[in-house]
Design a protein around this ligand. Sequence first.
Ligand code: F6P
Length: 409
Amino acid sequence: MKGNIVVGQSGGPTAVINSSVAGVYAAAKKLGVKNVYGMVHGIEGFLEDKLIELEDYLDAPVGIELLKRTPSAFLGSCRFKMPKIEGHEDVYEKVFEIMEKHDIECLFYAGGNDSMDTVKMLSDYAAAHGKTQRFMGVPKTIDNDLPVTDHCPGYGSAAKYIATSLKEIIRDNESFGAKKPTICIVEIMGRNAGWLTAAAALAKGEDCSGADAIYLPEKVFDMDAFMEKVKHLAATKSSVVIAVSEGIHIADGRYVCELANENVAVDAFGHKQMSGTAAYLAQLIAAETGLKTRAVEFSTLQRAATHLASLTDINEAFQVGHDAVVAANEGKTGMMITLDRNGDDPYQCGTSAYDIHAIANVERPVPAEWITEDGCGLNEGYEKYARPLIMGELLPIFVNGVPQHLVRK
Ligand code: F6P
């Protein structure tokens, strides 16, 4: 590769998105790329020419290792939708102008469905206007809902956090052995795909009976059936812990969180900001049954818990970043790196590059055959798929008792 490259991060952060930046950097340096730039706050910052040189941070002996152990988006993220090309050519020309100014030959963008739309729009524009710059997508999303790829970097770590924390909550909730149980509702992210909530199933093991029910957004949420289920569990158990997706919705399409608050905020992509589902359901249960309830919203914690990241996930996040550079060096553009599973036992996974048009803006749900017949559990098919993704740990570097992070100046 003769020119320089730039890497950006976009959308909701994950525990391992920085590992992908480390992978991009490591591959570029191996290939002798002179300058590896980082976009500050994704494409939105890039349009304002906000760049840093990664060498300033990653050349130090612990640089890459510290970056891998740093949660959130080290470069800063954004939720910026590229406008449609027609009538907004100036926005696209600006991107190419900045690329030319810094002699940037390839742009790498780590993100989920919406971010892959940016890669698609830019590579389509380049193709239509005879531009030679290349654009590659690096998969990332805790939601695990990108199509084609077996799974998405970020998911394994969030799933590990969810399974671990849920197990700890179950342990706590069981401790009183009360005649009347506390009903604990745990709300998990994932918008329209239930992959993250499904990870609640991974809490179950020899030493833990697991969640009592798991509600995914793939199924319409029936409030009456839910209440019946809660009452039955309360009558037969001394502890009840239920996992719900933030995206569960009733038959008319309204999210449960909207039942409590009609004025839910919307982002640039039209996605509603979801929160409050567990609190709403817990209040309803308390009012109808008189039982003690507790609402837990994992919220930011589930995507920022790098201290509990899956080593498999960290390594794969690094690999997709690395392999995106290798693919671009071979001349590929308008593609995203996918993770291709080759085996479960032992778990084996490779990568390849896939056309971005089949990926951008497509959401992949949890397969129906992995959801139990009663609609509130996951079967062994899911466990076989997900368990390998949460395996392994990478200890943080602790300073003064807390993990050390790499921070942009
Ligand atoms: O896209 C990832 C995600 O974490 C979703 O699971 C969640 O609904 C959303 O981001 C939350 O976004 P924000 O942090 O912008 O509210």
